[in-house]
Ligand binder design. Structure first.
Ligand code: HSE
Length: 429
């Protein structure tokens, strides 16, 4: 039996630094839990002379990743991005090492290739840190819920956008002010467009959907809308109506397929996801037998993400010592992924209409003609000077996207509708 498991760390940023620190500080616990000492044999970085946290032993730093990969039992990949991360991981598998990664973009784009290479080499691929930081949602789906059927996952899986929307809602900050703060606090991606435009959440959504529905879901399958267009007026209107705007990742199984999307969504103020503040993440899982589960915690940051990485390291290490393997990719649920036009959701539309007799009949008639059922209509007037227009807020029941699009096209053509101020998804409790 092995008395030592050699660990190579690739990357020494916010998360890598914490992983190295905790590997040292909790060495006794990790040894007891995995059955052998975990020895950090090296940390691969781009510039070994750059200033580092005092927790990092300079003697471990190297600019030659290959040399430590080839000696390792476990490789922790925390450099992010597609290349050279992909090449390093494939090299690790060829060298017989298990891999722990937090790289959601790589998994969402090259997951099948990595899974196959891990299976061929009979080693583990673990990636708890790739989705929602410290929250054990990958484990939850792969193992804890292996005895159930998932019907929907709805989650706040990007801390930066949750922080921005929350600050805009609670503190009245502008989008730019809130983004700047998120960057200063260190949970935004190096390039915040991945956060703000929803791509980080979309990669996580693809990973969660693949696990939940045993179907390969790729990044390109996810319909993505980010939060760049959300204005202070949108936030104020949501608040006035008793809703909160959240960027939600949604993976839902319908009879004819699954839909996967990331979009700003109105959630009622008393919905469990509405109470998730700051950079916290939360994932609601609906399962047939278990019913609703909610996972809540820190989705980003050095130590929280290191916690997820290290849980994977302990699991992979115990397999190296005692035998066994991580769960393999289970793709057997041949469920089609619905095109955007066939997805179904409730929406809220704010229209500016001419304030005349018969306009309500005309406008609601457009919805009826396209088979879109209305659940509520509210009419309001702007404060101040008298106007010959008014605002109509129309909330729909669940409608197919192509029917909603046809409704919107006709509304744009209607001489009674002078503006479409907002169209936003709505989730109910
Ligand atoms: N930038 C990500 C977030 C970090 O804000 O959630 C973890 O993926």
């Amino acid at each position: 039996m092995k008395d030592e498991v050699k660990v190579a760390l690739l990357g020494c940023g916010t998360v890598g630094t914490q992983v190295a620190r905790l590997l040292g500080e909790q060495a006794e616990d990790f040894a007891a839990r995995s059955g052998a000492r975990l020895r950090l044999i090296g940390i691969a970085v781009r510039d070994a002379s750059a200033p580092r946290d005092p927790a990092i032993d300079p003697a471990l730093l190297t600019e030659d990743a290959d040399s430590i990969i080839d000696q390792a039992d476990i490789v922790i990949e925390l450099i992010g991005g597609i290349e050279p991360a992909r090449t390093y991981i494939l090299r690790a598998f060829q060298a017989g090492a298990s891999v722990v990664t937090g790289n959601k973009a790589l998994l969402a784009e090259h997951g099948p290739e990595l899974y196959e290479a891990a299976a061929e080499a009979n080693v583990d691929l673990y990636y708890e840190a790739a989705v929602a930081g410290a929250i054990p949602v990958v484990y939850g789906l792969r193992e804890s819920l292996a005895g159930d059927r998932i019907t929907q996952i709805l989650g706040i899986v990007n801390g930066t956008t949750n922080y921005i929307l929350d600050e805009m809602t609670v503190a009245g900050l502008s989008f730019d002010e809130a983004l700047k703060q998120a960057q200063e606090l260190g949970f935004a991606e190096a390039d915040p467009t991945a956060d703000v435009d929803g791509l980080d959440a979309a990669a996580k959504c693809a990973i969660l959907a693949s696990l939940a529905f045993h179907t390969r879901v790729e990044l390109s399958d996810v319909e993505v809308t980010g939060i760049r267009e959300i204005t202070a007026a949108d936030i104020a209107s949501a608040t006035a109506a008793g809703y909160v705007i959240k960027l939600l990742a949604n993976a839902k199984r319908h009879e004819d397929g699954i839909e996967v999307s990331v979009a700003p969504t109105l959630v009622p103020a008393d919905h469990p996801l509405a109470t998730v503040h700051g950079s916290f993440n939360a994932v609601v899982i609906e399962a047939e037998a278990a019913d609703r589960l909610m996972f809540y915690g820190r989705g980003a940051g050095g130590a929280p993400t290191a916690s997820a990485v290290l849980s994977d390291v302990v699991a992979a290490a115990s397999h190296k010592v005692l035998g066994g393997n991580a769960p393999r990719e289970l793709i057997y649920g041949d469920v089609p992924i619905l095109p955007a036009s066939k997805t179904r959701a409730r929406h809220q539309l704010e229209l500016v209409v001419v304030d005349q007799i018969g306009v309500l009949t005309e406008v609601t008639g457009v919805f009826a003609r396209h088979g879109v059922s209305i659940s509520a209509v509210a009419q309001s007037y702007g404060r101040g000077k008298k106007s010959d227009t008014c605002h109509l807020t129309v909330t729909t029941h669940e409608a197919q996207q192509n029917e909603l699009d046809a409704t919107l096209a006709d509304l744009r053509e209607s001489s009674f509708v002078t503006d479409i101020v907002r169209v936003i998804r709505v989730e109910e409790n």
